[in-house]
Design a protein around this ligand. Structure first.
Ligand code: OSB
Ligand code: MG
Length: 367
């Protein structure tokens, strides 16, 4: 499969509701979108790095510079037989997993289209639809209760509440008090430290399915200390960038659940390796999200069709985030189930090109 050309866009989509987490507030989703072309087909990869390094270290400026200087010009005119050959090309470079994921994911899409297969089939997916929940940003307690009510009424399979220091136990009292039976989780996005252990222990009484990423983004060791003292499972997100990280976390018993974001870990092959490793440890995984547009959402849904994605993911209806998406299909959940998109092979979605042009800030071509 020969790569004939590549195109890199920076896209901006306004968010319907500002999304607040412990590290900051997002009012629009800004993301790089890579297109790889070959055999008359196109493959797409959406990047999950933020403008500034507030989730992990990668930034859009750094990622775009890396792709344009080190990666994309060298791919044009070359042949790659399968995704592993592309991954081998990217492997020597340090870090930049989110940027590498864009290239790897776009190639998987292109390759799947060349083979006329749905991406999920090539990844080893076993489901036509995946279970999803919602991730609710930080808001005052009455607003949060309303949002939980709406999510539960829509049939979402789990509610995840963003928390931070000073916005945790009271929130949980209120939500658990009103909704005693829902599957409930929290995500701290790294806001706590080991001395907060007594507070984290108090969360055990709320019957949470897991506590996501309480401690530092680059920590595994201290999470093991906390996990040993909690009955509630710890779920790692930011701390797991690779199958090697996952192995260390599993061996250390730092987590009993892992959130896999394909865009965070460098692509589908690494995501699948983490998935398989967790299955071997009897640790369930679920598919996280980064407020992606339709391309990133399609990437997530295909991945989440693999067997060990046994907890509901974060890929809720696109209409919760945007008035209009860059794809022609509507990715909407039905009673907490999101169908794997099958409007053609690969990612199974098609771009709304005129709208994409409207929301594209900058575009670069490599040929
Ligand atoms: O930690 O999972 C996270 C969004 C931005 C950055 C980090 C996270 C999130 C979410 C949103 O939780 C998930 C989604 O709705 O896509
Ligand atoms: Mg998270």
């Amino acid at each position: 499969l020969r790569i004939d050309s590549a195109e890199l866009r920076l896209v901006r989509l306004p968010l319907l509701t500002p999304f607040v987490i412990s590290t900051g507030t997002m009012t629009e989703k800004v993301f790089p979108l890579l297109t790889l072309r070959g055999e008359g087909l196109e493959g797409y990869g959406e990047g999950v790095m933020d403008v500034l390094p507030d989730y992990l270290e990668e930034t859009q400026a750094g990622a775009l510079d890396f792709l344009r200087q080190a990666v994309l010009p060298g791919l044009i005119g070359r042949r790659f037989a399968n995704p592993a050959e592309i991954a081998a090309e990217l492997a020597p470079w340090r870090g930049h997993r989110m940027a590498k994921a864009m290239v790897e994911m776009a190639f998987w899409d292109l390759w799947a289209k060349a083979l006329n297969q749905p991406l999920s089939a090539l990844l080893g997916g076993v489901r036509d639809a995946v279970e999803v929940g919602v991730s609710l940003g930080i808001a005052d307690i009455p607003t949060t209760l309303e949002r939980v009510e709406t999510a539960v009424a829509s049939g979402y399979r789990r509610v995840k509440l963003k928390i931070k220091r000073g916005h945790d136990l009271k929130l949980l009292e209120a939500v658990r008090g009103r909704f005693p039976d829902i599957k409930l989780t929290v995500d701290a996005n790294t806001d706590y430290r080991l001395p907060d252990l007594p507070l984290l222990v108090q969360m055990d009484r709320f019957g949470l399915d897991y506590i996501e990423q309480p401690l530092a983004f680059d920590d595994i060791h201290d999470h093991a200390k906390v996990q040993a003292r909690l009955t509630t499972a710890i779920c790692l997100d930011e701390s797991i960038r690779s199958a090697t990280d996952a192995r260390k976390a599993l061996v250390a018993e730092a987590a009993r659940v892992i959130n896999i974001k394909v865009g965070r870990v460098g692509g589908f092959a690494e995501a699948r390796a983490i998935h398989d490793l967790c299955a071997a440890f009897d640790v369930p995984v679920w598919c996280g999200g980064m407020l992606e547009s339709g391309i990133g959402r399609a990437q997530n849904i295909h991945l989440a069709s693999l067997p060990n994605f046994s907890k509901p993911g974060d890929t809720s209806s696109a209409s919760r985030y945007f008035t209009k998406d860059i794809i022609e299909q509507k990715l909407e959940s039905d009673n907490g189930l999101m169908a794997v998109p099958r409007h053609g092979p690969g990612l199974g979605v098609t771009l709304d090109r005129s709208f994409l042009d409207q929301v594209t800030g900058a575009r670069e071509d490599f040929r």
